[in-house]
Design a protein around this ligand. Structure first.
Ligand code: GLU
Length: 304
């Protein structure tokens, strides 16, 4: 079945509604993005693609990249991840410090900032050239040698990254960061500033819809069990303290970022990326959430 018609119908419906969100301005560079951009792309496991709107414009994928960092760290020998980070929804904002004190520096999950910093630390400990090796990994997963991160956005975030700096040093005080916090933060800011279009993003995440394997050459990125678990973590923790709402309204595992992107996975069927920069109060794309809610309803393609 072609998804082009439902994508366009839902897109046009959303365009007629008020876009009630606000741009993320706490990272100065993100405040310069055109707030009216709106793009969608759906990629299927049998290698078809349907896109609409500003689907080929690149944007800052921000926290969506945490899923890629987790995927790479999951492949590392030693299996220490789940001793150093949990798999429970935090129910708190993405950059919260409060739970860490009671939890002895073990972040609730790998998709909040605290957890992603620990994942970055694991990558740093295991990779020879962390930055280059990570970029090689995502370019391979995406079948796209042109993917990159924005120095400008990384620097912009670094210039105001007080909370992430506090988080990293706080976790270090519990012994759950092994490398120098400066190096971990440098890597984290790079990770958050990776840029992709909806077309590239939906394509990159297709391995999570395809049981951990690339659809182009069947190469295993993650085992079936690992892919299941990452989807489960996205379902429970992918939308800050609105993960329950996303499951309730959309019914797919996914991950959002403060750049206004959302990627969602229908296991064994498709990966869909939406981008609209205005965010709701919880930090998720206002139109992106609405689009996915209507799209999974229209196509009866929630996993529930
Ligand atoms: N780079 C952002 C931060 O750490 C990521 C936030 C997000 O997209 O959730 O504040």
């Amino acid at each position: 079945m072609s998804c082009q018609t439902p994508i366009q119908t839902v897109f046009d419906t959303i365009m007629k509604l008020e876009d009630a969100g606000e741009l993320a301005t706490y990272i100065p560079e993100l405040a310069h993005v055109d707030p009216n951009k709106f793009g969608v792309c759906l990629s299927t496991v049998d290698n078809r693609q349907f896109s609409y709107g500003n689907a080929t414009d690149r944007f800052s994928i921000q926290s969506i990249a945490k899923v890629l960092a987790l995927s790479m760290a999951y492949k590392m020998p030693g299996g220490e991840i789940w001793e150093r980070v949990g798999v429970e929804p935090s129910g708190s904002p993405f950059n919260s410090l409060v739970q860490l004190e009671a939890d002895n520096g073990i972040p609730r999950n790998p998709l909040i900032n605290a957890g992603a910093l620990v994942i970055c630390d694991i990558l740093l400990s295991n990779l020879k050239n962390p930055l280059a090796d990570f970029m090689t990994f995502i370019r391979d997963v995406a079948d796209n040698p042109y993917l990159n991160y924005s120095h400008r956005i990384a620097e912009s975030e670094k210039s105001v990254g007080y909370r992430n700096i506090a988080l990293c040093y706080f976790i270090k005080s519990f012994g759950n960061i092994k490398n120098h916090p400066k190096d971990v933060l440098e890597f984290y800011f790079m990770l958050c500033s990776i840029e992709m279009s909806c077309v590239e993003l939906s394509r990159t995440f297709l391995f999570l819809a395809n049981q951990g394997r690339k659809t182009s050459d069947n190469k295993e990125i993650l085992t079936l069990s690992q892919a299941k678990r990452i989807n489960a973590i996205m379902q429970m923790c992918g939308f800050y303290d609105e993960s329950g709402e996303f499951a309730y309204e959309v019914g797919l595992p996914g991950k959002s970022g403060v750049g206004g992107g959302i990627v969602a996975i229908h296991p064994n069927t498709y990966s869909i990326a939406v981008w609209s920069p205005r965010l709701n109060k919880k930090g998720n794309s206002y139109r992106g959430m609405k689009f996915l809610e209507l799209f999974t309803t229209e196509t009866a393609s929630s996993i529930f």
